[in-house]
Design a protein around this ligand. Structure first.
Ligand code: ZN
Length: 538
């Protein structure tokens, strides 16, 4: 208010009501009054002289009425209006605003009989301090609703610019600062003291009117934190609004002032925030024939990478309302972890005892569920080169170890046969299959399905004839198989390859009589032939 000191004076008057007003006289600076008087005389000299002539010719006079009371009587309406106009000019100069009269001022025509005329100068003086003036201002509207008054549109614009400048900072383009509401102005006449200056207007837009509300303590032990939480306020604001209240000792029923700032407009800004983000590294597994199976060695430690992430952040009145990831650029590439996985199989064959294979971490897995129906070794019919496991038709047959399928087709007494090469001279064979689940070249892991139990080739019933071959020679599979493990494979999910129907009977020479074998080899339990063809396939 200090930038228009004249307002202070008028303010004191305007807040007074009705009848007291007219008894007060405005304290106007003496020199100002003299200047005004000279101006008055020059401006209205013609009217003053003119009026004298008119009076004698007319039977009516004109009174300037303020709230129903005559302030002055002039001979013509023109002069009465001039007196009012001059008063307004005087007030405009004094207040620094364009002013108008409020509704209380009227000019009334009366009979000129017994009229005592005032000069325009005296009539003007009579209005001083009696007439309320309204400043010609503009109302600032938010979404059509007037929220405050400023002197003119330029002030409104400056206030909005000040609001924007509050949010202006490095990295935020002017276009990215927007008010969500529609701001407009419209002409409005108000009491001068209702006009906000640019700073007041900006503050009001930014922080709004402080809404005052009261909370009455309901239970003992309530704290400012509890109240702040309940009304979504800041504890500091409550402290500030209640300096005399001891927050540790508030009586039930005690009133606590709650202040809340409600901005009149929502300023939305868009800013780009750049941050760093860790990215995970990958792990590459390499097979190494230098390492025994089951052993893994980290060749290169992995390291996470780093991305530079740009995020568009939308804030409304300083509160983040949305975040959108715009881009992500790798600034540090992740280092792939390299692990070597041993695939080497150490095969140690002891001809005099039993063939043993050191598989690094152990043994082969069981190829099928079911009971052992025939073991490896001599039988009445001849030499049995594998292990028979009886299972219902269609049961899954799985790989005993990881490896590559090197054979998958019908072979004489074996029927449908799959051979898996495990490296290091070790092969496993799965025969009499009903269907194949693999083909030549397939890479299989231990437990992967290779086919289903069948009775192809020379068999008496559905079973798997499982062979273990070391450097081409069959060995006792039980020496390689570990603890019995349950084969749990869902055959319905497998893509099975149905082999062509083979009707040919196996050739006679695949059967070697016991006697022939005995002649050919002088075998004992300790000496197991490793390089003979399978004499009996059951
Ligand atoms: Zn067999």
């Amino acid at each position: 208010m200090q930038d228009h000191s004249g307002l202070k004076i008028s303010e004191a008057k305007y807040v007074q009501s009705g009848h007291h007003k007219k008894h007060e006289k405005r304290r106007v600076h003496k020199t100002q009054r003299i200047v005004s008087t000279i101006a008055l005389m020059l401006c209205f000299a013609f009217l003053v002289f003119g009026s004298v002539q008119v009076v004698s010719a007319h039977t009516s006079a004109f009174q300037i009425m303020v709230e129903g009371e005559a302030m002055a009587t002039l001979p013509t309406e023109k002069e009465a209006k001039a007196a009012v106009a001059y008063y307004l000019q005087e007030q405009t100069e004094l207040l620094g605003y364009n002013v108008v009269c409020d509704d209380a001022v009227k000019i009334e025509k009366i009979s000129s009989r017994d009229a005592v005329y005032s000069s325009i100068k005296d009539a003007t003086a009579a209005l001083d301090g009696v007439v309320n003036v309204l400043a010609k201002a503009v109302a600032v509207c938010v979404n059509g609703q007037p929220v405050m008054h400023v002197a003119n549109e330029a002030v409104a614009r400056d206030a909005l610019e000040l609001v924007r400048s509050e949010y202006r900072e490095d990295g935020i383009m002017d276009d990215d600062i927007n008010t969500l509401e529609q701001i407009s102005v419209m002409a409005s006449n108000v009491l001068p003291e209702q006009i906000c200056n640019v700073w007041e207007a900006a503050n009001m837009l930014l922080y709004g009117k402080t809404e005052v509300q009261r909370h009455y303590i309901e239970t003992e032990g309530e704290t400012f934190e509890y109240i702040a939480n309940r009304y979504s306020l800041q504890v500091d604001d409550i402290k500030q609004a209640n300096p005399a209240v001891d927050p540790t000792n508030m009586a039930v029923g005690e009133a606590i002032l709650l202040t809340q700032f409600k901005p009149l407009i929502s300023v939305q800004i868009k800013r780009m925030v750049v941050s760093r983000e860790e990215t995970p590294f990958e792990t590459e597994l390499r097979d190494s024939s230098d390492l025994p199976r089951g052993v893994s060695v980290v060749i290169e430690e992995g390291a996470p990478g780093e991305n530079e992430v740009t995020t568009e952040v939308i804030e409304r009145n300083g509160v983040v309302v949305a975040q959108n990831r715009v881009s992500s650029v790798s600034v540090v590439d992740p280092v792939t972890k390299v692990v070597e996985r041993g695939v080497r199989m150490t095969v140690a064959v002891n001809r005099s005892a039993a063939a043993t294979v050191n598989l690094g971490n152990g043994t082969l897995g069981w190829p099928s569920n079911g009971d052992i129906s025939s073991r490896y070794g001599y039988r009445s019919m001849g030499y049995h080169s594998g292990l028979d496991i009886a299972s219902p038709m269609g049961s899954p047959v799985v790989a005993a170890e990881f490896g590559t399928v090197v054979f998958a087709q019908y072979q004489g007494s074996y029927g449908n046969l799959v051979k898996i090469d495990h490296g290091g001279g070790l092969e496993t064979w799965y025969s009499h299959l009903q269907a194949y689940a693999v083909s030549v070249g397939s890479k299989v892991e231990r437990g992967d399905m290779v086919g289903t139990v069948g009775r192809t080739g020379r068999t008496t019933g559905p079973h798997v004839h499982f062979e273990v071959r070391v450097n081409g020679a069959h060995c006792n599979p039980l020496l390689f198989l570990g603890a019995r493990s349950k084969v749990a494979v869902d055959t319905s999910q497998a893509e099975l390859i149905q082999p062509d129907e083979i009707t040919d009977e196996p050739e006679e020479d695949t059967l070697i009589e016991e006697e022939e074998l005995a002649e050919e080899f002088d075998l004992s339990e300790d000496e197991i032939p490793l390089d003979i063809e399978p004499p009996v396939i059951e």
